[in-house]
Design a binder for this molecule. Structure first.
Ligand code: HEC
Length: 315
């Protein structure tokens, strides 16, 4: 009898502990003012290349990557044409919706909001005319968003011309495809505070997500975390082979092919013969060919270019 009673007492204490613990979390967490967390420079960079809402939205109902900004590297001043330190800029052409931090500067946190409004003049940016933004910092290494159209007179057209197509990244559209293709069913974008440090790199900071929607953390992990994948593997060629058919580089991969994202034609405008490619690939897997068929070079306006831009942006 005694023994049973003691077990009952233990059980009730554990139950109280579990209930108390979970109630503490439930009551405490909402009392933290998460909205007051300042955006990091990573968050500013990310929201500026990703643009507004990536996913099911009226700006892009079919998830085709419409109305997205581009990130470009410029080496000459778009206005004066003079050489300058290589600088990353974010170009919003006419009508491309601005991201959270521009629409709602409160998202940026107290310091960045003040600097972005007063020094960066972001409130003057016009959606109708388009704008060019920068992530700038002051002498105290405090980061803010600068509206270079207002501060330096850089227009979207001049800036794209100064950059040239090869220095433009379509990572924003690429993130749309990441959402549409369901990459997040298998991949996470959230290394955790466990052994993940050793394999997938550092977990992100809370302030890295200000203004980002959606975060695309993933549901559960069936494949490597991709938050820092561009640091492990920066090879565009490898990415091309792997997306065309993952089995070309990882013989037992369960990842699907994304060859259809090449579209109808290759970089030279020649029609891609998918049936022929697969027939030759099958001969290769059956040992009737020594090498697999060549993967076509993608056209510069293909979806796969944007997807690879996005993947390689994740450093
Ligand atoms: C069915 C699950 C699945 C889906 C869906 C999937 N992947 Fe994968 N992916 C994997 C697996 C498993 C691996 C590891 C084996 C390999 O490299 O193929 C992988 C590897 C990768 C790698 C290399 C990772 C590294 O650590 O080097 C990249 C990049 C990648 N996937 C991107 C994507 C993108 C982008 C999409 C969506 C267009 C996608 N994957 C969709 C399962 C998946």
């Amino acid at each position: 009898m005694n023994v049973n009673f003691r077990e009952y007492k233990m059980g009730s204490r554990f139950f109280a502990l579990a209930l108390g613990g979970s109630m503490t979390i439930t009551l405490l967490l909402p009392s933290f003012d998460i909205a007051s967390v300042s955006a990091t420079d990573i968050a500013m960079d990310k929201q500026l290349w990703a643009g507004h809402e990536t996913g099911f939205s009226l700006d892009d109902p079919l998830l085709l990557g419409w109305h997205k900004p581009v990130k470009a590297l410029i080496k000459t001043d778009p206005k004066t044409g003079q050489a300058m330190e290589p600088t990353s800029v974010y170009v919003y052409e006419k009508g491309a919706p601005f991201p959270g931090g521009i629409l709602h500067p409160d998202n940026l946190g107290v310091v960045s909001k003040k600097l972005s409004l007063e020094v960066g003049r972001i409130a003057e940016a016009s959606n109708k005319d388009g704008a060019v933004f920068l992530v700038s910092s002051n002498d105290q290494k405090q980061y803010f968003i600068e509206n270079a159209t207002a501060t330096r007179g850089w227009t979207p057209e001049d800036t794209l011309k100064a950059a040239g197509d090869e220095n433009v990244s379509h990572a924003g559209a690429g993130k749309t495809y990441f959402v549409r293709e369901g990459c997040w069913w298998c991949h996470t974008l959230l290394p955790e505070q466990t052994q993940d440090w050793q394999v997938f790199g550092a977990p992100p900071m809370l302030g890295d997500f200000n203004g980002e929607s959606p975060t695309a953390f993933g549901s559960d992990r069936k494949a490597p975390d991709l938050l820092h994948v561009g640091s492990r593997n920066a090879s565009r060629e490898w990415m091309m082979l792997h997306f065309f058919n993952p089995r070309l580089v990882q013989p037992h991969s369960i990842m699907p092919r994304f060859d259809y994202m090449w579209g109808p034609v290759d970089a030279k405008g020649v029609k891609i013969d998918y049936a022929k490619w697969r027939a030759e690939y099958n001969e290769y897997t059956e040992g009737k060919r020594v090498t697999p068929p060549e993967v076509p070079m993608y056209a510069s306006n293909s979806e796969i270019r944007s997807l690879i831009d996005f993947v390689l942006t994740m450093k």
